[in-house]
Design a protein. Sequence first.
Length: 96
Amino acid sequence: MAEIRKPEAADNAGRDHHPVAYSMWLAGGGVKGGQVIGKTDELCFKITEDKVHVHDLQATILHSLGFDHTRLTYKYMGRDFRLTDVAGNVVRKMLA
């Protein structure tokens, strides 16, 4: 019978290749073309420069669509929620 191995930490469960870095291709909508924002180490396990959190990315996309991410809310279970939660800053470097 095969041995079942448990992950070392609970936050390591699931997707374990490139767990903190992602790539995204954006075009149009006021996005500055031909640029790379952010950098990881050679194994893509640590972000070494210009970290963009997913809330920052969502805030930037909403800004490009003409929305203020701090005012765009939806009501759920009697509470107002935002796509960017209580965080998120527009990444001006990404915009033309």
